[in-house]
Design a protein around this ligand. Structure first.
Ligand SMILES: NC(=O)C1=CN([C@@H]2O[C@H](COP(=O)(O)OP(=O)(O)OC[C@H]3O[C@@H](n4cnc5c(N)ncnc54)[C@H](OP(=O)(O)O)[C@@H]3O)[C@@H](O)[C@H]2O)C=CC1
Ligand SMILES: O=C(O)C1=N[C@H](C(=O)O)C[C@H](O)C1
Length: 268
């Protein structure tokens, strides 16, 4: 069987480089294209240059042209860029894996609409461990469903631009869903001043930003006399990249559909 050819957009970014490295080490995948922003210092370099490995695919800013050389695009950029790339993929009939976070509702709707024509994996966290945690949270919330206050704490590096993280928000959705609540109605994003006593129906979020923290998430179920904490800590971005490689293999040969990592990992 021939290798699935992937393209990486945002190739010079933290995740872009990790994705190229993971794909070059994967015998079932090949790097067919690499893209970054016009004017980026990585344009004109090879994908291999970015990771110190052998690969002479040039980094270009012409996504539309490069889609001809790939079966699937992997996008960890920014919502505005991702939505442009999504439209190009839709026009070219190429599948896309979206790791970008920070979308508004309109952006999520555009992704769902495109998935009616092309295969899309869209997940705020591609790491297997985090996706296991989503399942653990369903169980925890369904058992600790009364008398426990839920607080979600996340910590990331100083360069992260969105908050709370996409993963923290998904954790909130999972817990809210298991408790029959709507996160949009019960989320509290930070507290300041005289807040009054805690409303037991709320799910609180707290965000830490600093240094080179790769990504920590803790969901706390705080009762009287006991507290359960479910924590995931990433010490490398490679688990996100390896999950993305699994997603690339998952959509190979599919015609359309909106999937997440629970689908890719068979956890649904
Ligand atoms: N789902 C998951 O498992 C994970 C998701 N993420 C998410 O992935 C995204 C990227 O994270 P990270 O790699 O740390 O970020 P970086 O800033 O390191 O990389 C982003 C890359 O995208 C490029 N870019 C920025 N804007 C655009 C645009 N409009 N069009 C095309 N390219 C663009 C940047 O180019 P330039 O540098 O020239 O601006 C850069 O190469 C974030 O949303 C993050 O939350 C991160 C890790 C895991
Ligand atoms: O920006 C990051 O770094 C990360 N972003 C994702 C998120 O917002 O959840 C995933 C991971 O936590 C790293």
């Amino acid at each position: 069987m021939s290798a699935t050819r992937i393209g990486v957009v945002g190739a010079g970014g933290r995740m872009g480089r990790m994705l190229i490295e993971a794909a070059l080490k994967d015998e079932q995948l090949a790097v067919g294209a690499a893209f970054d922003m016009p004017g980026s210092p990585v344009i004109g370099k090879t994908a291999g240059d970015l990771v110190g490995m052998a690969c002479d695919v040039l980094v270009t800013d012409d996504v539309a042209a490069g889609l001809k050389n790939i079966d699937c695009l992997i996008d960890f950029t920014r919502p505005q860029g991702t939505l442009q790339h999504l439209e190009l993929c839709r026009q070219a009939g190429v599948g896309i894996i979206i790791g970008t976070t920070g979308f508004e509702a309109e952006g999520k709707e555009a992704i769902a609409a495109a998935a009616r024509e092309i295969p899309v994996v869209f997940a705020p966290n591609m790491a297997v461990g985090v996706n296991l945690v989503f399942k653990l949270l369903e169980t925890a919330a369904s058992i600790l469903n009364q008398g426990y206050d839920i607080e979600i704490v996340e910590a990331h590096h100083r360069l992260k631009i969105d908050a709370p993280s996409g993963t923290a928000l998904r954790m909130g959705e999972v817990v809210a869903g298991a408790l029959g609540r709507d996160l949009a109605e019960c989320a509290v994003y930070g507290r300041e001043g005289v807040t009054g006593e805690r409303d037991p129906s709320t799910i609180g979020f707290a965000t830490v930003r600093g240094g080179d923290i790769v990504g920590d998430h803790t969901v706390m179920f705080c009762g009287l006399g006991e507290r359960v904490e479910v924590t995931h800590k990433a010490s490398s971005r490679m688990p996100y990249a390896l999950g993305s490689m699994r997603a690339a293999r998952f959509i190979a040969g599919r015609k359309s559909g909106l999937f997440d990592m629970q689908d890719v990992l068979g956890l649904r």
